[in-house]
Design a protein around this ligand. Structure first.
Ligand SMILES: Nc1nc2c(ncn2[C@@H]2O[C@H](COP(=O)(O)OP(=O)(O)OP(=O)(O)O)[C@@H](O)[C@H]2O)c(=O)[nH]1
Ligand SMILES: [Mg+2]
Length: 457
C-alpha cells in the first residue's frame, strides 16, 4: 500500500465528453517533475505553490498536443497533501486521451476510483466520514442533501465521536490494567463513572441513530406510493404533480398495470412518486400481478398517498381501506379525489376528519395543500436548525452496532460481570466507533468505500 502511494497517478477530473475546458489531475512525488518534462514555456520546478502557468505540452517528437494552463500545488498544501498538478486543456476527449497517454508513457499510472480522496484521507487531510461526504457532495442534487454533505465534510459528528471514543478508551485501559493484576481484587475503573459515561455515549448515539430516518430521506428521497382502487385518479394525480403526461389515464378500471415512477423536488426534498395498479380482486392475470406489486411497493414505501374516489366510493369501502393502512404501519395521507363531482354524503362524512385532503386531480385543485402536507410529513425543521444528521448507511450500521455493544456493557455492569467480559464489550464498541471516522481501518473497508467514488475524484 505504501509503495502504491508513492506512485504518481493521473485522471481526468472533469466530466467526460466535449466541453470548453477539461481538467486532468496528477498527484504524487513526481507530479510536477513529470509535467515539467513535457511542458514548454516555463520551468515548473522553480515555481511557487498555488500558481498557474500557461504553456504547451508536446509529445516525444516535439509535436504540440495542446496549449494548456498548469496549476501547481506543492506538498503538503494540496488536496492529497502530495504534489498536485491540474492541467486545464481544451475540452476535447481526443486531446484528453492523447495527453493522458503521453503521461502514462512518462511513468505515471491511471488513478483508481476515489484514489485522490483516498490519498487525502491516508495523508491525514480529513477523516473517513469526511472523505465519504466528498462523494455525497458530488452527488448532492437538492438543497437538503447538499447541506448535509457540506456539514459532514466540514467535520459533522466526527469530532463528537472521537471525543467520546477517547473517554471510552480511558476506561478500557483502566479495566485492562485491572486484568493485569490478576487475582488481586483491585478496581481502577470506577464502575459508577463507567456507567455514567456509557449512558452519556448511548444518549448521543441514540440521537444520531434516530436522525438516520431523516438523513436517508435527505439523501435518497422519499419513496411515496399513490395507492387506491382502480379509476380513482391515481395516474391523473401523478401526471398533475409531474406536470407531464407520464402515465396513461383512462376511464377503464385497471388502466395502470405496472408501476410508474418519477421524482419531484419539493422545498429541497426529493419525493419519488410511484403510481400503482389499482387495488382490487381481479380475474385478469396481468392486472393481478400488478395488484400484487402494488402491495409490495406499499410495504417498501416511506409514505403512502391513499386516494379514494368521492364520486364512486362508499363510506364502508373507504373506512375498510383506512383500517388496512393503519395496520400496515406506514405513514399515509388520505386524499379524496373528484371533489368536483363528489357525492354530498360521502364528502360531508369525510370532512369530519380534519386530516383528509380533498382534491380534483383533473382540474389541479388542492395540489398545493397536498404538496405542503407532503413536505410537513418529512419534518425538515429539525435539520434546518443545524442538528447533525446521519445520512450514510455505513455510519448508521456502525452506530447501531456500537449501541448494541454499549447496552451489553450496561447490562454487564448490572450483573457485576468480570472485568475481562466488560473489556471485550467495550473493545467492540471502540472498534465500531473507530471505523466511522477511520481511526480503525482495514484495506477491505477502504477499498469498499473508495471504489464507490468516480475515477478522478
Ligand atoms: N371528475 C373527475 N374525474 C377525474 C378526476 N381525476 C381523474 N378523473 C377521471 O377518472 C378516470 C380514471 O383516472 P386514472 O387517473 O386513470 O385513474 P387510476 O386511479 O390511475 O386508475 P387505474 O390505473 O385503473 O388504477 C379518468 O377518466 C379520469 O379522467 C377528478 O378530479 N375529477
Ligand atoms: Mg392508473
Amino acid at each position: 500500500m505504501l509503495d502504491q502511494l508513492k506512485e504518481t497517478i493521473i485522471a481526468l477530473s472533469t466530466a467526460p465528453g466535449v466541453g470548453a475546458i477539461a481538467v486532468i489531475r496528477l498527484s504524487g512525488d513526481d507530479a510536477i517533475a513529470i509535467t515539467n518534462s513535457v511542458f514548454r514555456g516555463k520551468n515548473l520546478l522553480n515555481q511557487e505553490s498555488h500558481t498557474a502557468h500557461f504553456g504547451t505540452i508536446r509529445n516525444e517528437e516535439g509535436e504540440i498536443i495542446d496549449e494548456v494552463v498548469a496549476t501547481l500545488f506543492i506538498a503538503p498544501k494540496s488536496f492529497t497533501k502530495e504534489n498536485v498538478v491540474e492541467i486545464s486543456c481544451h475540452g476535447s476527449p481526443y486531446i484528453v486521451q492523447r495527453l493522458i497517454k503521453l503521461f502514462l508513457r512518462k511513468g505515471v499510472r491511471l488513478a483508481k476510483a476515489g484514489e485522490f480522496t483516498q490519498r487525502a484521507f491516508l495523508n491525514g487531510q480529513f477523516d473517513l466520514a469526511q472523505a465519504e461526504a466528498v462523494a455525497d457532495l458530488i452527488n448532492a442534487d437538492t438543497e437538503a442533501s447538499h447541506k448535509a454533505a457540506i456539514n459532514q465534510m466540514r467535520g459533522g459528528f466526527s469530532e463528537q465521536i472521537k471525543q467520546l471514543r477517547a473517554e471510552l478508551i480511558h476506561f478500557a485501559s483502566m479495566i485492562e490494567l485491572e486484568l493485569d493484576f490478576g487475582e488481586e481484587d483491585v478496581e481502577f475503573a470506577d464502575r459508577d463513572d463507567l456507567k455514567k459515561l456509557v449512558n452519556q455515549l448511548l444518549s448521543v448515539i441514540t440521537t444520531l441513530v434516530s436522525s438516520f430516518d431523516l438523513g436517508n430521506v435527505i439523501k435518497n428521497g422519499v419513496p411515496t406510493v399513490i395507492a387506491g382502487k382502480p379509476n380513482t385518479g391515481k395516474s391523473t394525480l401523478l401526471n398533475a404533480l409531474l406536470n407531464e403526461e407520464k402515465a396513461i389515464v383512462s376511464d377503464i378500471a385497471g388502466t395502470t398495470r405496472d408501476f410508474i415512477e418519477d421524482e419531484i423536488n419539493l422545498e429541497g426534498v426529493v419525493f419519488r412518486f410511484i403510481d400503482t395498479a389499482g387495488l382490487r380482486d381481479t380475474e385478469d392475470k396481468v392486472e393481478a400481478i400488478g395488484v400484487q406489486r402494488t402491495k409490495e411497493k406499499m410495504k417498501q414505501a416511506s409514505l403512502i398517498i391513499y386516494m379514494f374516489d368521492l364520486k364512486n366510493d362508499s363510506l364502508t369501502e373507504v373506512n375498510r381501506d383506512i383500517n388496512m393502512l393503519e395496520n400496515l404501519g406506514i405513514p399515509f395521507i388520505k386524499v379524496g379525489n373528484k371533489v368536483d363531482e363528489a357525492q354530498a354524503d360521502l364528502y360531508a362524512e369525510m370532512q369530519k376528519d380534519e386530516s383528509t385532503l380533498f382534491i380534483s386531480a383533473i382540474n389541479r385543485e388542492g395540489l398545493e395543500a397536498l404538496k405542503s402536507k407532503l413536505v410537513d410529513t418529512v419534518n425538515l425543521d429539525n435539520f434546518k436548525s443545524g442538528d447533525t444528521v446521519v445520512t450514510n448507511i455505513r455510519h448508521y450500521d456502525n452506530l447501531v452496532q456500537t449501541q448494541n455493544s454499549l447496552n451489553a456493557v450496561l447490562s454487564g455492569l448490572g450483573d457485576n460481570i468480570t472485568g475481562d467480559f466488560l473489556a471485550l464489550d467495550i473493545r467492540h464498541a471502540l472498534r465500531f466507533l473507530g471505523e466511522i471516522t477511520g481511526q480503525i481501518t482495514t484495506d477491505d473497508l477502504l477499498a469498499n468505500i473508495f471504489s464507490k467514488f468516480c475515477i478522478g475524484k
